[in-house]
Design a protein around this ligand. Structure first.
Ligand SMILES: *[C@@H]1O[C@H](CO)[C@@H](O)[C@H](O)[C@H]1NC(C)=O
Ligand SMILES: *[C@@H]1O[C@H](CO)[C@@H](O)[C@H](O)[C@H]1NC(C)=O
Ligand SMILES: *[C@@H]1O[C@H](CO)[C@@H](O)[C@H](O)[C@H]1NC(C)=O
Ligand SMILES: *[C@@H]1O[C@H](CO)[C@@H](O)[C@H](O)[C@H]1NC(C)=O
Ligand SMILES: *[C@@H]1O[C@H](CO)[C@@H](O)[C@H](O)[C@H]1NC(C)=O
Ligand SMILES: *[C@@H]1O[C@H](CO)[C@@H](O)[C@H](O)[C@H]1NC(C)=O
Ligand SMILES: *[C@@H]1O[C@H](CO)[C@@H](O)[C@H](O)[C@H]1NC(C)=O
Length: 526
């Protein structure tokens, strides 16, 4: 290379360094410039792209001790009081390569854990991003005990407070402020997204809500009702993981080909109504490792049935068939589901020794009657959000082992009926995508990489990335017709084996051929 062509490169390099220095010093000074009521700044620090950030303050039970940060950013850590006896821990990450967009992340389970991987992911995409701890620290429900302010933070106030404070900080940190505001979350994070849509219609222009834990009180009860059905390991009613494999194989045998492709993945669970009596061992069966007792068949049928309350009303729809193997070691493992047990112990009965082993539908009625701070998150009228111009992209994995995707379909029809809008009209601001082969927010047997997180990601093309699809919808008015997922060969982020375009509800995916199911163009949404 000649000197002449090297010179502009050098000049560019030093310019970049000078701008990094300016950014660093702006970050260092920022902490002292923040003066927002109820906000106490712990620190503001520059984080260089490529840093493996140590998270020594993060509660141990959150299980995240470090986070790799790929871009230069200014990290601001704060405590924000939400009442005179509660507070959230809030972080705001301001990337140097800023694209003029604000975003809030969400949480998971009943956790008080900042999702650092979501902060890292969205900062990397150029968003000024915030994440809060949901009003308490760690994964236990104990902080709710006789502390309604903490429950209120969990129900809606943590995210909303983070948004109010985060937007102020973003305007102060960047001269140009922000143009549009976004939300990205899954599970409890999906519920928090819908809570914003329902209760704070002006917080976001675009909300991406995955596998939402809406209908949450009933979700706690549904998760609690599996133990009384399965009993403990060893009891007659119980199925081991190997026995659930027998059930799963039979469901796949009966339902896999309905969509036209034998790929081990069910595209439309609505068409799958498995008959499990086929699995009952006959008295003269020589091989008892491929059949079940009639008691066990009864267990499987009950586990896969809708969940009704004391007076026969539907509380929670059925677990969608196809998720058996992901659910076996979690929901059907013969012990009370921990989040549900915590909710009943610390909130419903305020009795720390209450045992999930004693759960009945009577408890479900008690819990639902309480519904503190409208935690249910089941409002069907989204017209304030619609009128404000907001857009929501809702997705749900069809192998979700923790939150049945059937609940998402139920909510969609609830909104449709409440607002008197058919899908063609809802499509103008609310689109729902079923993601076949996706477990709870990720994982599963199929094309679950849709850009919902740091590792379940195959590029920033809006066709492949739900967050960038939302940006395109909000900023260019181009709404997503399909959501394309990547099937990873060996876990999240590994080599992409194939892609599949997932359909917008109420359409379903059908294999038309010709060729292989791995060909995305051999499928059609009908
Ligand atoms: C980051 O640091 C943690 C703890 O020091 C370590 O366990 C982890 O492997 C590191 N990650 C990377 C990608 O280097
Ligand atoms: C704490 O907040 C509650 C509710 O906002 C209020 O009624 C009460 O007076 C406050 N207590 C103190 C000590 O400020
Ligand atoms: C959560 O942990 C942080 C960091 O250790 C601490 O500053 C904060 O007070 C804790 N919050 C609550 C509600 O206990
Ligand atoms: C029993 O069935 C299982 C599962 O189909 C099979 O793996 C095993 O080899 C069979 N055992 C005998 C003795 O046939
Ligand atoms: C649960 O039920 C058992 C009997 O089935 C009873 O002995 C026990 O006291 C109950 N526990 C609680 C916490 O209610
Ligand atoms: C039935 O139970 C549900 C949930 O507990 C309740 O909302 C509803 O009002 C009840 N209906 C009747 C007719 O009692
Ligand atoms: C389709 O591709 C998969 C994966 O490459 C392969 O295992 C399978 O045999 C192919 N099926 C057909 C019908 O070609």
């Amino acid at each position: 290379m000649t000197r002449v062509s090297a010179l502009p490169l050098l000049a560019l390099g030093s310019l970049a360094l000078a701008s990094q220095d300016a950014f660093k010093s702006k970050c260092a000074k920022f902490a002292d410039q923040i003066n927002i009521p109820n906000v106490k700044v712990n620190f503001a620090e520059f984080v260089q792209g490529g840093t493996n950030l140590s998270l020594s303050d993060n509660p141990t039970s959150c299980g995240a001790f470090s986070q790799v940060v790929s871009v230069d950013l200014c990290r601001v850590a704060m405590a924000v009081s939400t009442s005179n006896s509660s507070e959230i821990t809030l972080e705001a990450w301001f990337p140097e390569e800023y694209k003029g967009r604000f975003l809030s992340t969400g949480n998971g389970g009943i956790s008080g854990c900042i999702q650092y991987y979501d902060l890292a992911y969205t900062a990397q995409l150029g968003f000024a991003t915030v994440g809060a701890n949901n009003g308490h620290n760690g994964t236990s429900g104990k902080p709710f005990y006789q502390h309604p302010e903490v429950v209120e933070d969990y129900a809606y106030r943590s995210v909303h407070t983070g948004v109010v404070v985060g937007k102020k900080l973003t305007k102060q940190f960047y001269d140009k402020g922000f143009d549009k505001s976004y939300y990205l979350g899954c599970s409890t994070g999906g519920r928090q997204g819908f809570k914003s849509v329902q209760k704070f219609p002006n917080d976001f222009d675009g909300v991406v809500a995955g596998a939402p834990a809406i209908n949450l009180i009933n979700l706690f009860s549904w998760s609690a009702h599996f133990y009384p059905i399965t009993g403990s390991p060893g009891s007659e009613t119980f199925l081991t993981t190997a026995e659930w494999q027998i059930v799963h194989d039979e469901i796949i045998r009966q339902c896999d080909s309905i969509d036209g492709a034998k790929d081990g993945i069910i595209e439309d669970p609505d068409l799958c109504r498995p008959i499990l009596e086929t699995l009952t061992c006959t008295s003269h069966a020589s091989n008892k490792t491929s059949c079940l007792t009639s008691t066990q068949v009864n267990t499987a049928n009950q586990v896969l049935a809708p969940f009704y309350g004391i007076n026969g009303t539907l509380l929670y729809p059925r677990m969608q068939p196809g998720s058996e193997m992901l659910a076996a070691s979690l929901m059907y493992d013969g012990s009370p589901f921990p989040y549900s047990e915590d909710w009943y112990r610390y909130v419903v009965y305020e009795n720390p020794s209450w045992s999930g082993k004693n759960f009945t539908v009577k408890d479900a009625a008690v819990a639902l009657a309480q519904n503190p701070y409208n935690l249910q998150t089941w409002e069907g009228d989204l017209s304030p959000f619609q009128k404000s111009g907001g857009k929501v992209l809702h997705y749900h994995g069809l192998q979700d082992q923790l939150i049945s995707s059937e609940d998402s379909k139920w909510y969609y029809s609830h909104v449709s009926q409440t607002m008197q809008l058919p899908p063609s009209k809802l499509d103008e601001f609310y689109r729902f995508f079923q993601i076949s082969g996706m477990g709870h927010c990720g994982g599963g047997d199929g094309a679950y990489g849709i850009g919902q997180g740091l590792r379940t990601y195959d590029g920033t093309n809006p066709e492949d990335n739900v967050l960038m699809a939302m940006v395109q919808w909000v900023e260019k008015g181009i709404a997503p017709e399909t959501v394309r997922g990547a099937k990873f060969a060996n876990g999240p982020g590994s080599k992409v084996e194939y892609k599949r375009k997932h359909c917008r509800w109420p359409r379903r995916n059908v294999f038309k051929g010709p060729g292989n199911y791995t060909d995305e163009n051999a499928w059609q949404c009908i």
